[in-house]
Design a protein around this ligand. Structure first.
Ligand code: SAH
Length: 212
C-alpha cells in the first residue's frame, strides 16, 4: 500500500473538499503518518474516512475530526496546548507540528505507554505525555492557549475554563455518548463566548474522580 498517496488523497478528499482551510492544519495532516498510530493489523485502513478501534474500547478519531478540532481551536505557532485523551497519540502528533508545546493526558495506562512510544518515534520533542484523569485538566501546567478534549463529556467540566489563558480556546464535545455537540468557548478576560461547531460522535470522557 502506498501510504503517502493515500495520505495525500485523504487531505484532498476528506479535508479540503469538506472545508478544512487552515493551511497549517492541512500541512500537518499531510505530514503525520497515521498508519503508524493505528494497530498493526488495521494499517491498510489508516486513511479511511472513519475512526478506528485502538483496543480497550477506545478509538483513534476520524481524520476530519482531528483536523476540524485543530482548525477551530485556532492554534498558533507559539501556543501552549492541552489535549485530553491521548488515545493513539495521533492527535498529539498533529498538534506537535502546529505549535511549540503540547501536553496530552490519557487515563488508560496501556494506551498511554503505546502512544508515548509512538510519539517518541515520531521525534518531535515538544509533546509531554501524562497518565492521569484529564477531567481535572492539568493544573500544574495551566494556563493553556488551547484545550482540545477528544472524548465526549456529559456536561462541561469546570476545570477546563479555569485553565484557559486570556484569549484561550476550549474545544469540547458535550452531550450523550456518541451524539455530542462540539462547543468552542473563548476566554476574553472574565467573559467566555460560546460557538456551536456541530454534531460529532466520541467515546465518553470518563471521570475517575467521580467513581471514587
Ligand atoms: N486524540 C485521540 C483520540 C482518543 S479517543 C487520538 O488521536 O487517537 C479518547 C481517549 O480519551 C481514549 O483514549 C480514552 O481512554 C481517553 N479518556 C477518556 N476519559 C479520559 C479522562 N478522564 N482523562 C484522560 N483521558 C481520557
Amino acid at each position: 500500500m502506498n501510504f503517502d498517496l493515500a495520505r495525500h488523497n485523504m487531505v484532498v478528499e476528506q479535508l479540503e473538499r469538506r472545508g478544512i482551510r487552515d493551511p497549517r492544519v492541512l500541512e500537518a495532516m499531510e505530514w503525520v503518518p497515521r498508519e503508524e498510530f493505528v494497530p498493526y493489523d488495521l494499517m491498510d485502513l489508516a486513511y479511511e474516512d472513519r475512526a478506528l478501534p485502538i483496543g480497550l474500547e477506545q478509538t483513534i478519531s476520524q481524520p476530519y475530526t482531528v483536523a476540524y478540532m485543530c482548525q477551530e481551536a485556532r492554534i498558533k505557532a507559539d501556543d501552549k496546548v492541552l489535549e485530553i485523551g491521548t488515545g493513539s497519540g495521533y492527535g498529539a502528533a498533529v498538534l506537535s507540528l502546529l505549535t511549540r508545546e503540547v501536553h496530552t493526558v490519557e487515563r488508560i495506562a496501556d494506551l498511554y505507554r503505546t502512544a508515548r512510544e509512538r510519539l517518541t518515534a515520531f521525534g518531535r520533542g515538544n509533546v509531554h505525555t501524562h497518565l492521569d484523569d484529564g477531567t481535572l485538566g492539568l493544573p500544574s501546567e495551566a494556563p493553556f492557549d488551547a484545550i482540545l478534549v477528544t472524548a465526549g463529556a456529559e456536561s462541561l467540566p469546570a476545570a477546563y475554563q479555569e485553565q484557559l489563558a486570556d484569549g484561550g480556546r476550549l474545544v469540547i464535545p458535550i452531550g450523550p455518548p456518541a451524539s455530542q455537540q462540539m462547543i468552542r468557548l473563548t476566554r476574553h478576560g472574565d467573559q467566555l463566548t460560546r460557538d456551536n461547531l456541530g454534531s460529532f460522535g466520541f467515546v465518553p470522557l470518563i471521570s475517575d474522580v467521580a467513581r471514587q
